[in-house]
Ligand binder design. Structure first.
Ligand SMILES: Nc1ncnc2c1ncn2[C@@H]1O[C@H](COP(=O)(O)OP(=O)(O)OP(=O)(O)O)[C@@H](O)[C@H]1O
Length: 315
């Protein structure tokens, strides 16, 4: 176990017992091992049912692991549960707080639960950080969905944990609010907070995370710096605009796919390990077409994610 890690998980397993007669036990985590480096924004990705919530709930002390170890900020969750819990703030998927309390009361109550002395509370500062200062004394039930979500983030930070976990922070959230949340996550990270983010939005992970782990079927199938993971995508797309209308599509045998967009633009999908961009263009020119313009699209995380989970399911 690395003491430098914000979170260190070793060989973590969780089997949910069969819920009743005829039901079967479910192995939700099957030997998960990874470290979250201190100071990073770490993405935890996986399809539905991959085991992400189970993992987070184990860290939060809400689900008992079957075997393996986990530590938060150097504190083993079994040996030092209180210190481990004090080191982490978790924002759940569901919005949970009493609708009759105001945001400032919600934060004060949460600070009380965590035993934060009055002199060390920063409730107003937290509300300011999530742009809810002017709503400090409004009933929580009168807040919009986005405001409630921001209040959840502030609530998770009352005890100033060095690690913040956001479970699907932007599910069902509009683009503007998503941008605001991203900005806030970045500012927390700039201030030294290690952030772990689970998301279905690959674009979000690609934009925010330094490092990404992908879990599938309870196992880690990738754990790499974001740029390296993205670099693994083998398929690239190039759009080639030619100098005349295309009557017949060029021979596609060295491409994965070729589609005509409009009358003069060919969108060609090719595999980096089979051909390079020069060969793609040469193949177009061989057909007597003159090239007027070329644009390439970088492969994104979606491609990597799909090919890795497909490979894991096939294997
Ligand atoms: N309390 C439970 N009892 C039995 N099985 C469970 C329980 N909680 C989760 N599971 C099962 O364990 C597996 C992992 O579930 P988990 O909720 O951790 O996945 P997830 O990656 O968080 O998915 P999602 O993105 O949909 O939240 C699933 O097959 C799920 O059905």
């Amino acid at each position: 176990m690395s003491t430098e890690a914000a979170i260190s998980i070793q060989n973590l397993c969780k089997t949910y017992a069969a819920a009743g007669p005829g039901a079967v036990a479910k192995r939700a985590l099957d030997g998960v091992t990874f470290d979250v480096p201190r100071g990073s924004v770490f993405g935890l990705l996986g399809p539905n049912g991959a085991g992400k919530s189970t993992l987070i709930n184990i860290l939060a002390g809400l689900v008992n692991k079957t075997s393996g170890t986990a530590s938060i900020w150097g504190f083993d969750i079994d040996a030092h549960p209180r210190n481990a819990k004090a080191s982490i703030g978790i924002v759940n998927q569901e919005i949970l707080f009493d609708p009759f309390f105001t945001p400032i009361e919600t934060l004060e109550i949460q600070a009380g639960l965590y035993g934060v002395p009055k002199s060390q509370r920063r409730s107003m500062e937290l509300l300011r950080a999530v742009h809810l200062e002017d709503k400090a004394k409004a009933y929580a039930r009168t807040l919009s969905g986005g405001m409630k979500r921001r209040l959840m983030v502030a609530k998770a930070m009352v005890h100033q944990p060095p690690v913040l976990v956001l479970d699907e922070p932007t599910a069902g959230v509009d683009i503007e609010l998503r941008q605001q949340l991203w900005t806030y996550v970045r500012s927390l990270n700039d201030a030294g907070v290690t952030v772990v983010l689970t998301t279905h939005y690959l674009e979000e992970a690609e934009e925010l995370c330094d490092r990404i782990a992908i879990i599938n079927g309870g196992r880690v199938i990738a754990n790499e710096p974001t740029a390296e993971l993205v670099g693994k995508a083998q398929e690239k797309v190039v759009a080639v605009t030619v100098d005349r209308e295309v009557a017949d599509l060029p021979d596609a045998s060295c491409f994965e796919k070729i589609v005509l967009k409009g009358t003069r633009t060919l969108e060609i999908t090719y595999s980096k390990d089979r051909v390079n961009a020069g060969e793609v263009l040469a193949a177009v020119q061989r057909d007597g077409l003159g090239i007027v313009d070329v644009t390439t699209k970088e492969a994104d995380l979606e491609d990597v994610f799909l090919s890795l989970t497909r490979a894991a399911n096939a294997g």
